[in-house]
Structure formats: C-alpha cells, structure tokens
Design a protein around this ligand. Structure first.
Ligand code: XMP
Length: 321
C-alpha cells in the first residue's frame, strides 16, 4: 500500500544504491518539488549532498529566508547560497518585454548555477545532480531519462560538456499531492510544503513594466497582504494560485486624507485550476477581497487602486506576462 513512509524507505534505499559514496548536488528554487527531492536525497546520503540556492532577488517576501533558515533548520542540509540579485536586476534594468525578461532570467540562472556547481566540483568531485521532476513532467517530455541536462524550474538549457552529472529523480513516479505528503512526512516547513505554484522568473513577470528594487518592494508588500488575508480566511486550499500584479507603468488619480494621489494599481488574480492548463477566476468571498483591498491601499504607499481580474484561462493566462 502507498504510504508516505513506504515511499520514503523505498526511495532512500534506491538512492543509496545509486549514489554509493559519491557526491551529489541539488538546486533549490524555494518550491516544493526541489525541496522534497533534496530532503529525500539528504535522508539517504546525508552530507554527500550539497544544495545550491540561487537568490535572484525576484522571490516573494520571506521566501529566501524560508530556504536559507527554516528549510536548513528542518533538514540539516548543507546549503550554498548565491546572492545574485544585483546581477539579475542589473541585466533586467529597463527591460519591459515579457519574453526578454524570461530569457534574461533563464540565462542568468543557468550561468549562476553553473558557476556555483563548478566551484563545488573543484572542492569535491560531483557525480550526481538531483532534480525534482514529477510524473506529469515525465509524461509531458516523452518519458525518456536524461543524463546531464538541467531541467530547472525555468525549463532551460543544459550544462556544458565538461560539467556532466548523472541525474537522480526521486519524484519521477509521483504526483504533486503525493510529493506534498512526502514533504510533510519528512518534516519540511508547512508553508513550503503547501506553497502554491510560483513561476521561475518570479515577481519579474508580475511587474508590468521594467523591474527595479523599488517596484519589487511595492509588489512584495501587496503580495504579502493578499497571502496573509487568504490564509486568515482559511482559503489557501480554495485557490490554485493567487498572483498579485503591479501595473508599474500605469497611474491613476485617487484621493487619500485630504490629498490627491497619483499612484499605481495592483491586480488581484486568484485562480482555480487542476493543472494550470485551464483556469477560472476564483469566486473569493467579497469580504476577503475587500479586506485585501483596504489593507493594500492603506499600507502600501504608491498603490491607490486594487482591481480584480475576472478572466478565465483561456483566453487569459494565469500570469500577466
Ligand atoms: P500561464 O501564465 O501560462 O501559467 O497560464 C501557467 C502556469 O505556469 C506558471 N508559469 C511558469 N512557471 N516558469 C515556471 O516555472 C515560467 O517561466 C512560468 N511562466 C508561468 C504559472 O505560474 C502557472 O502556474
């Protein structure tokens, strides 16, 4: 019978057999798949695993800390953090085209990960790379098993020829809810295990317009309020995802206190979905929407209007870029 602890035992035995006494690396994204895959491998081979977390500066409030502190505390995993936010934001400066943003982020992510992997490889020869590939990903990509390419959360690229690793994919037979069950059994932080899907390019594709630190801070503040109120209302499981989008190049007139304001709108984009291929806008209770709106306009300077996206997918996409 399928229980999380059976799966863990089977996987731990399989990973030990595969890895032997060799060294392993794993990239963490802050998402549940890589977190659970790494925790499984760590349970199997302990300090033979080193994780790499590339902080691109585009995560939501608290997410980098969750990886660097809570996750490490819960697992005891050895983690190499690369703070690459200056590099990412430097390359993104002035860029408004959505595909361009994605390209830049994907490219820089691979570059940064590669450099970190190379450094580790020099320290201790690395033989294996862990990937959090799930069953639906396997089916989607035709079922082949690869050897050395990084299918990161950005789904890009491969490693150069002189940096070859064999893959460990302990989640290949599992669905998302099963992965969450394993994560809980492995003692990972609840917020991490239950986290909604979040795109690899992060908040960069939720700022409509060019990305900079100030805009990221605005969006982080608004996003945190939306997440807090969704949780407080007990509605986390009722939505698939809840993007909050900053229309950074739009301003509208408002009034606050006895002054006129000229601020930015944010868009609330709560959606319901089974697999992100299609989606519908979530009919969240108006009281929750109202609370989020009031708090955002009160607490986030520069935001003077909150709008609700009531578009299904298709024709809309979940993200705005
Ligand atoms: P859309 O916006 O196409 O999104 O309806 C479908 C799902 O994919 C996520 N998404 C991404 N995930 N890298 C990712 O890892 C990306 O570049 C990316 N773009 C969109 C989105 O959050 C939703 O879950």
């Amino acid at each position: 019978t399928w229980t999380p602890s059976n799966i863990i035992d089977d996987q731990v035995a399989a990973i030990r057999a595969q890895v032997g006494d060799k060294q392993v690396i794993c990239g963490l994204s802050g998402g549940v798949d890589s977190a659970v895959a790494a925790a499984l491998v760590h349970k199997a081979v302990g300090d033979q695993l080193t994780c790499i977390f590339v902080d691109h500066g585009l995560l939501r409030s608290g997410e980098a800390e969750q990886v660097e502190k809570d996750y490490v505390a819960a697992t005891g995993i050895r983690l190499k953090v690369v703070d690459a936010s200056d590099v990412f934001l430097g390359h993104l400066a002035g860029v408004t085209d959505p595909e361009q943003k994605r390209k830049i982020i994907g490219r820089e992510f691979i570059r940064t990960f590669e450099a970190a992997a190379r450094e580790l490889d020099d320290e201790r020869h690395i033989e294996f790379l862990v990937q959090g590939t799930l069953y639906p990903d396997v089916v989607e990509s035709g079922g082949g098993t690869g050897t050395a390419n990084i299918k990161s959360h950005h789904n890009v690229g491969g490693l150069p020829d002189d940096l070859q690793f064999a893959l460990i994919e302990p989640l290949r037979t599992l669905f998302k809810d099963e992965v969450r069950a394993l994560g809980a059994e492995l003692g990972l932080p609840e917020e991490m295990v239950q986290r909604h899907p979040f795109p690899g390019p992060g908040l960069a594709i939720r700022i409509i317009g060019a990305v900079d630190r100030e805009r990221l801070d605005l969006l982080r503040a608004a996003d945190l309020i939306a997440r807090e109120e969704l949780t407080a209302a007990g509605l986390d499981r009722d939505v698939w995802q809840f993007p909050v989008v900053l229309l950074a190049d739009v301003r509208s007139v408002g009034v606050q206190g006895d002054g006129r304001t000229y601020g930015h709108p944010v868009v609330l984009r709560p959606v319901s979905s089974e697999d992100a291929m299609t989606a519908d806008w979530s009919r969240l209770p108006y009281e929750t929407i109202a609370k989020i709106s009031t708090r955002i306009t009160n607490e986030v300077r520069e935001v003077n209007r909150v709008v609700l996206d009531v578009t299904s997918k298709p024709p809309g996409t979940i993200e705005w870029e």
